[in-house]
Write a protein that binds this ligand. Structure first.
Ligand code: NDP
Length: 287
């Protein structure tokens, strides 16, 4: 039997509608949530992501501004911009679109963002908070995956979750969030010997490798929940995930498509984190 398709676009719409109400409530208290996006260089994909983020912001009532810097910008110029945004009371969330040009130190830039405005959740403080189960801003992509599981009433506690990929923005925080919810978690990487041996044991399989179609039907346990984080552009211009969707959907119990799966959730969770940051700022002024 074919898997139940988890419709990320639909869940994202529902979540956005709920958070739009929260943004409206804040606006009535004269706090319009505000997001600043910093983009450096002319990476085409980054440009599209930023445009999508700005559009999504306006749809839920978030003010947004974009600060664009040329490819050869100096790190200090960007740090000064972040310092000013840290102090700006109309801005509640700041994100720096990655990747950065080579002259930039990623960690220096990310840790210059005020912790309470770090809506991507990449600041070391926020990473530590996540590790210790005191999450401040959950990183958007794994947060989106957790919401997808929750909205489909998929239990996590006691399940064996296998995460393929260990990046700081997807794999590692994903594993931590599943662990926090009581899953038994295995993390696989490019160095894992005999990957199928692990993936075949997963009740929940999350794949974030950037390798098109690498997870095939033989690697999946019948009835498993398969979450495909990958977004890959094929030579013909079409998008695909890291999972071989057409064959795996005949084995899995649940599966996310690409596009229309995790992607729409990632932007949605950024909006949620920004509204949450504004709610916290409002609560501080009320005290
Ligand atoms: P990275 O390149 O930073 O990390 C990829 C990870 O996959 C690494 O840990 C790597 O292992 C592992 N890996 C690579 N090949 C294999 C393999 N053959 N077997 C097992 N593990 C492997 O990528 P990201 O985490 O940033 O992104 C992953 C994918 O998710 C990309 O397609 C990206 O476009 C997409 N993405 C989608 C988002 C969304 O909103 N849907 C958001 C963010 C990313 P090692 O560390 O050993 O090298």
């Amino acid at each position: 039997m074919s898997a139940h398709i988890i419709n990320g676009k639909k869940i994202a719409e529902l979540v956005r509608a709920e958070w739009k109400l929260r943004a409206e409530k804040l606006a009535q208290l004269s706090t319009k949530p505000g997001l600043a996006v910093i983009i450096i260089g002319n990476n085409a994909a980054s440009g599209i992501y930023v445009k999508n983020k700005v559009k999504a912001c306006s749809e839920v009532g978030i003010y947004s501004e974009v600060h664009s810097f040329p490819e050869n910008a100096l790190q200090d110029e960007v740090l000064n911009c972040i310092q000013a945004l840290n102090k700006n009371p109309n801005i509640h969330g700041i994100l720096v679109q990655l990747p950065l040009p080579p002259q930039f130190e990623n960690n220096r830039v990310i840790t210059s963002i005020a912790v309470e405005k770090d809506v991507d959740g990449f600041h070391f403080y926020n990473v530590g908070a996540l590790v210790t189960g005191n999450v401040v801003f959950p990183p958007c992509t794994p947060y989106g995956v957790m919401v997808m599981l929750e909205r489909n009433h998929i239990p996590v506690e006691g399940q064996h979750a296998v995460v393929v990929g260990r990046s700081n923005i997807v794999g590692k925080p994903m594993a931590l969030m599943l662990l926090e919810k009581g899953a038994t978690v295995t993390i696989c990487t490019s160095k894992t010997r005999d990957l199928p041996q692990f993936t075949k044991k997963a009740d929940i399989l999350v794949v974030a490798t950037g390798k098109p179609h690498m997870i095939t039907a033989e690697m999946v346990k019948p009835g498993a929940v398969v979450i495909d984080v990958g977004i890959n552009r094929l030579p013909d211009g079409k998008l695909c995930g890291d999972v071989d969707y057409d064959t795996v959907k005949e084995v899995a119990g649940y599966i996310t498509p690409v596009p229309g799966g995790v992607g729409p959730m990632t932007i949605t969770m950024l909006l949620c984190n920004t509204i949450l940051a504004a709610e916290r700022a409002q609560a501080r002024t009320d005290r």
